[in-house]
Design a protein around this ligand. Structure first.
Ligand code: FMN
Length: 457
């Protein structure tokens, strides 16, 4: 439907993690949950086929590089609740899932604090080749002190400096992906013993504040060159970073006015950069519990969420906010504080975002853990709710977290997608092409208005 889109087009990403517990710790204990199978390749290849057949834009794989050890000052509670630990590397899953699909996109989270941009550039080019241009990268800057410490640092950089460093990281990558190899550098000239023409492969000569990369990119140009750039910054500095780089933005907030505000800020930022407000697709985080009827869905919701772990939620919120919530009065709102972790979580927990309605830490933690609304009902009810969210917030689609893995996505395929298709707001057949082309309908490469394009020759 790209290029000939209906008035309302709903886009879905599936939000997953290479581990047992994701947004809602505790649900792994439900008898129908299969998260525990995350170490099996079959678990992932079957999920990829399910999502491709349901015409999802992609699967988005979260990641973090340290244990959530803020709560109680150690990782004990995180380990008990499987709150983002164990957590395996998302990258190797992509090759396997790409092998059994043709269209599904892959949004991979990788932190700019984790790896030097030179080696990271090659990893992403490799995956973009192997997937025929279906790779996106969720750029994160890290927020866990534990991750920095385990990589030999005494602490992480301050919140805003992490974004400054990430800006330079992006510059190095654009130079490697967009500028190093010319389009016709691969000559395949058997007669003159020339695979690639050295005159058309350029050293990037990058000497910056954080990185020095003098040489050429190791990979020949991949279908998209730069993978589709995803981002989820929510602070003023994070939104500025998104406005500079992002082509897909994830927003997560417990109330719709907050989502709408974030969407407006991102679109304003894009406009201010001259990219146009629609230069990024914006996906809101939702959890969907859907069944044949409203009553069945409500019963399922009560059953599944009875397994949620309150301590697990507090562990995640402590990690995101940088505040040890084991020391707080859970029945009162938190006093506003400044930390170096995720600022939006801090203001959410402190009730600063909820206006006159000051939620207790317990309530905020519960709402934050789902990361957005939980929509419960029949296909018709949920479709109405999704349309209402789009109307009220201006998002392009949804980043769909699971309650049961993969049951939540199976239910969406069975009960919701046929309703959306009947309403004409969802594809009924596969859309070919690279991830970028499927998302925007205007080719495989970064548009000329994107700052990365300035590094092209
Ligand atoms: C839907 C969503 C998914 C996210 N996934 C990750 C992730 O997998 N890894 C990570 O380090 N940060 C992740 N984040 C955190 C963001 O990268 C970012 O730190 C956060 O949104 C706060 O932005 P700020 O740092 O500008 O305050 C995610 C955020 C959202 C909204």
């Amino acid at each position: 439907m790209v290029g000939n889109e209906p008035a309302r087009r709903i886009r879905f990403n599936a939000f997953a993690i290479n581990g047992v517990g994701h947004q809602i710790p505790g649900l792994w204990r439900h008898p129908q949950d299969r998260s525990r199978d995350y170490t099996s390749l079959k678990h992932w290849t079957e999920l990829a086929v399910l999502l491709e057949d349901a015409f999802f834009d992609g699967i988005f794989l979260a990641d973090a590089l340290g244990p959530y050890d803020v709560y109680g000052g150690n990782a004990d509670a995180a380990l008990r609740a499987a709150a983002k630990i164990p957590m395996n590397d998302p990258l190797p899953l992509v090759g396997a899932m790409a092998g059994v699909t043709e269209h599904l996109g892959f949004g991979i989270t990788a932190s700019t604090a984790a790896e030097h941009p030179y080696t990271f550039a090659r990893r992403m080019s490799t995956l973009d080749h192997l997937t025929h241009g279906r790779v996106g990268w969720n750029v994160v800057t890290g927020y866990l002190k534990s991750a920095a410490e385990n990589m030999g640092e005494s602490d992480q950089l301050s919140h805003d400096e992490r974004y400054d460093r990430a800006d330079e990281y992006m510059e190095v990558l654009y130079k490697l992906w967009e500028g190093s190899w010319e389009d016709d550098a691969v000559a395949l000239d058997t007669e003159h013993d020339t695979f690639a023409d050295p005159a058309k492969v350029h050293p990037i000569n990058h000497h910056g504040r954080y990185f020095t990369v003098p040489g050429i990119h190791l990979s020949e140009p991949s279908p998209q060159r730069t993978p589709v750039i995803y981002q989820a910054g929510a602070s003023p500095r994070g939104i500025a970073f998104a406005a500079d780089h992002a082509e897909a933005v994830f927003v997560a907030a417990p109330t719709l006015p907050q989502v709408a505000r974030q969407v407006a800020l991102v679109r304003e930022g894009l406009e201010a950069r001259g990219r146009g407000g629609a230069a990024a697709r914006i996906y809101a985080l939702v959890t969907i519990v859907v069944d044949e009827s409203d009553d069945l869905a409500q019963a399922k919701y009560r059953d599944v969420f009875s397994y949620a772990s309150e301590t697990g939620n507090l562990v995640l919120n402590s990690g995101w906010s940088g505040i040890d919530l084991s020391k707080e009065n859970l029945d009162a709102p938190l006093d506003p504080v400044k930390t170096d972790a995720i600022q939006t979580t801090v203001s959410s927990l402190s009730g600063a975002q909820h206006g006159p309605q000051r939620w207790s830490v317990r309530d905020s933690a519960r709402l934050n853990a789902t990361g957005g609304p939980v929509l419960v009902g029949s296909g018709e009810t949920v479709a109405d709710a999704l349309e209402a969210i789009m109307d009220q917030t201006g998002v392009d689609g949804f980043n769909v977290a699971y309650a049961l893995n993969p049951g939540s996505w199976e239910d969406i395929a069975s009960y919701l997608i046929p309703v959306l298709q009947a309403r004409g707001s969802y594809p009924t057949r596969a859309e070919p092409g690279t991830l970028r082309h499927r998302m925007f309908g205007s080719g495989d490469h970064l548009p000329s208005s994107h700052p990365g394009a300035t590094h092209r020759r």
